[in-house]
Design a protein around this ligand. Structure first.
Ligand code: NAD
Length: 416
């Protein structure tokens, strides 16, 4: 089954398209060209009958939405979540196009998903589901067509099964998917890449503000994959992480939290001490850098009015609401947008893909050096563009990305 760009109203996809139109206006790109780059190139919607362990059959819906190939093979995660729907996957696929262009990696944008609560899947069911998704749409996948990666509800193990299923059908090509286990053609460094990239842009932003990085106070909401590696990278850069929170609570230590004794048992509960604070207050603590790295929509109008840090790095996806964004801007608080701040993950995927293609594994030091340099470079490009057009970093990020995609689109002659 497939559908092509049905009309949807007040949708997540439309919100992304609105940002593209604003950027195109700044660049003087015609509305005709905009109407050619906004839709998704190809939309695959499939039916996935799954035999449950109890013998019953669940017929699930799976998606692979390929937004753009203007700059290279499409790239994007696959999520297993009960709220996955066509509009959301379109929006996420489109965002991948702008993110890969912004980071200047040779990929387009895509996203996939299955509408299923992953907590209801046994290990066997999870494996069977990703294998069936892969078999059903293999004709649109491949290292030079479309390269999936993990997202919500899927893991490195899921990617290992995907790689194996692709291998059975098309032959051995580990570059057909990224986010694989390190023991199975994954890249050392990829797991930490998003969190490390967050700190890479924080360092670049501080340096641009002529502020020393050493000893700056950082507050992080969220202590999962992004938050914990951001905390470790912040300390490595010489910053002081003075507060962190997760779903279990929050702690605040003005002299800086010591993570050294907890190895990889990363939960706030494992750090509990007399310095516990109300988790709701973490976003309004006084700090030099505030990093929401947990959930979307947490910096509302009300919270934005209380933020007590001059620099906010959007490590989570869409942590600042539209209203909150306007308030932060009016208060002179600089926001580094998610499309840039959390792009370390896709950069890490690119490094994994390139190592697979070359059949040559990098040491982690090279991975980190390349990541740090590219995140700093991307920040500089966005900040220079914001100065040139007197706009926010968020609008500037889209200006850079849309300009690059349109240039490739026209050079390739994708209009016939
Ligand atoms: P995760 O599930 O590993 O961690 C989420 C963290 O948020 C956990 O520590 C959890 O306890 C905490 N949390 C949940 N509810 C909370 C609450 N009410 N208050 C405080 N903390 C709370 O997720 P992740 O991979 O770290 O992703 C975090 C965000 O970053 C998401 O928005 C995700 O979409 C985005 N993101 C992640 C990646 C990546 O590579 N993992 C890449 C790009 C964007």
């Amino acid at each position: 089954m497939s559908t092509l760009n049905e009309k949807v109203e007040a949708s997540a996809f439309e919100e992304v398209n609105q940002r593209v139109r604003v950027a195109a206006d700044v660049l003087g790109i015609s509305s005709e060209i905009v109407s050619a780059i906004v839709p998704c190139e190809r939309e695959v919607v499939v039916s996935l009958p799954l035999r449950r362990d109890d013998g019953s059959i669940d017929v699930l819906t799976g998606y692979r939405i390929q937004h753009s190939s203007a700059r290279g093979p499409r790239k994007g995660g696959i999520r297993f979540h009960e709220h996955v729907n066509l509009d959301e996957v379109r929006a996420l696929a489109s965002l991948m196009t702008w993110k890969t262009a912004l980071l200047d990696v040779p990929f387009g944008g895509a996203k996939g998903g299955v509408t299923v609560d992953p907590r209801t899947l046994s290990v066997r069911e999870h494996e069977e589901l990703i294998r069936r998704w892969t078999r059903t749409i293999v004709h649109v996948l491949g290292p030079h067509r479309d390269i999936p990666a993990p997202d919500m509800g899927t893991t490195a193990q899921t990617m290992a099964w995907l790689m194996d299923e692709y291998h059975r059908l098309e032959g051995f090509q580990p570059a057909c998917v990224t986010g694989k286990p390190v023991a199975l053609f994954g890249a050392p460094g990829r797991e930490e890449a998003t969190g490390r990239g967050v700190i890479g842009v924080a360092v670049a932003a501080l340096e641009r503000r002529k502020q020393s990085v050493k000893g700056v106070n950082v507050v992080i909401q969220g202590f999962g994959n992004v938050g914990r590696f951001a905390a470790l990278a912040a300390i490595e850069a010489g910053m002081k992480v003075i507060a962190i929170s997760d779903i279990t609570g929050a702690i605040h230590q003005q002299r800086g939290i010591d993570f050294s004794d907890i190895a990889d048992k990363f939960t706030v509960a494992s750090l509990r001490s007399k310095n516990e604070i109300d988790p709701a207050s973490i976003l309004s603590l006084e700090a030099d850098v505030l990093i929401p790295a947990a959930l979307g929509g947490v910096v509302t109008d009300e919270i934005a009015a209380k933020v007590n840090a001059p620099l906010l790095i959007e490590a989570a996806n869409q942590p600042v609401t539209a209203g909150g964004d306007a308030i932060l801007r009016a208060r002179g608080i600089e926001v580094v947008p998610d499309i840039l701040a959390n792009a370390g993950g896709v950069l890490g995927s690119y490094f994994e893909w390139t190592q697979n293609i070359q059949e040559f594994r990098w040491p982690i030091s090279r991975f980190r050096d390349e990541l740090d340099a590219r995140m700093a470079g991307a920040f500089k490009t966005v900040a220079d563009t914001a100065s040139e057009h007197d706009c926010s970093l968020r609008d500037a990020a889209f200006v850079v990305a849309v300009g690059r995609v349109v240039e490739s689109f026209l050079l390739r002659g994708q209009v016939v």
